[in-house]
Design a binder for this molecule. Structure first.
Ligand SMILES: CCCCCCCCCCCC(=O)SCCNC(=O)CCNC(=O)[C@H](O)C(C)(C)COP(=O)(O)OP(=O)(O)OC[C@H]1O[C@@H](n2cnc3c(N)ncnc32)[C@H](O)[C@@H]1OP(=O)(O)O
Length: 227
């Protein structure tokens, strides 16, 4: 697989999923007991939908509103829950997480980073930790970095042309404070492979090239039937 841009990755991952969906061109038993996912294309405003909720998440952790405002927020949030609840679907049927052209692939759980490079030699993403991800004193919460790295390693495995793998371990070295609301870049790649085991590495840097954190993970290819 040659190096691709984020837009190429979006097209090719969709193509890959289409191939996988009908089993053609992909020996799906190599993906363990994972279900065969159909591509779930987001509508034109889905990115705005997710971004609006991310803004709400930021406000959830950065406001101190009077009680009457909180009461109105509860009412309006309950109305939203009522609006969306009828459309709840099982895993694999929501656009959330499947749209690689959107920050965080359109999942509010994931860090809202965009894929810049997606290739056999590695994956690069660019983005920010937001106010929602604050730990303390302007730094990203230490628990949000493993989330970034773990999801990146999943994509690194995919981009490397390997079957679905699960994380056996994930080690993070926090080298410098990782600031929120600052553009950063993360690179991940497969360092070496031993049978089912792919040892992956990643580096998180600021735009001056300072190493903020690095990570190593063991990604283990699933056996047939493994969840
Ligand atoms: C664009 C869309 C992309 C899509 C992008 C999607 C990204 C999502 C990515 C998310 C990835 C995750 O977070 S997954 C969620 C977090 N991870 C998990 O929940 C995994 C839970 N663990 C497991 O299910 C299991 O441990 C397995 C299946 C991973 C492995 O079990 P197993 O099949 O019984 O294998 P086992 O014999 O134990 O181990 C296999 C080999 O690995 C070694 N090994 C196993 N664990 C370790 C360990 N912690 N440290 C060292 N070595 C280990 C063993 O010694 C052995 O080596 P040797 O004797 O062979 O030499």
């Amino acid at each position: 697989m040659s190096e691709q841009t984020g837009a190429d990755a979006a097209r090719n991952v969709s193509a890959d999923r289409e191939i996988s969906a009908d089993g053609a061109g992909d020996d799906y038993e190599h993906h363990g007991g994972f279900p065969v996912y159909e591509p779930v294309k987001a509508g034109p405003n889905y990115g705005t939908f997710v971004e609006t909720f991310r803004r709400l998440q930021d406000l959830m952790v950065s406001t101190h509103a009077p009680d009457d405002v909180i009461d109105r927020a509860i009412e309006q949030t309950e109305a939203l829950v009522e609006l969306l609840a009828p459309y709840e679907v099982p895993e694999g049927r929501s656009p959330a997480g499947f749209n690689v052209e959107l920050p965080g692939r359109g999942s509010a759980l994931l860090l809202p980073w965009k894929i810049e490079k997606f290739g056999e030699d590695g994956v690069r993403e660019r983005g920010m930790f937001r106010r929602y991800h604050l730990g303390g004193n302007g730094a990203a919460h230490g628990g949000t970095l493993p989330l970034l790295f773990d999801d990146l390693f999943g994509m690194v495995i995919h981009a490397n042309g390997r079957p679905i793998a699960r994380t056996g371990y994930l080690h993070v070295n926090y080298r410098k404070i990782t600031p929120i609301e600052t553009e950063l870049v993360v690179d991940g790649w497969v360092d070496r492979v031993e049978g089912r085991k792919a040892y992956c590495k990643a580096e998180l840097r600021d735009l001056d090239g300072n190493l903020l954190a690095d990570s190593e993970a063991l990604m283990i290819q699933l056996l047939p039937g493994q969840q």
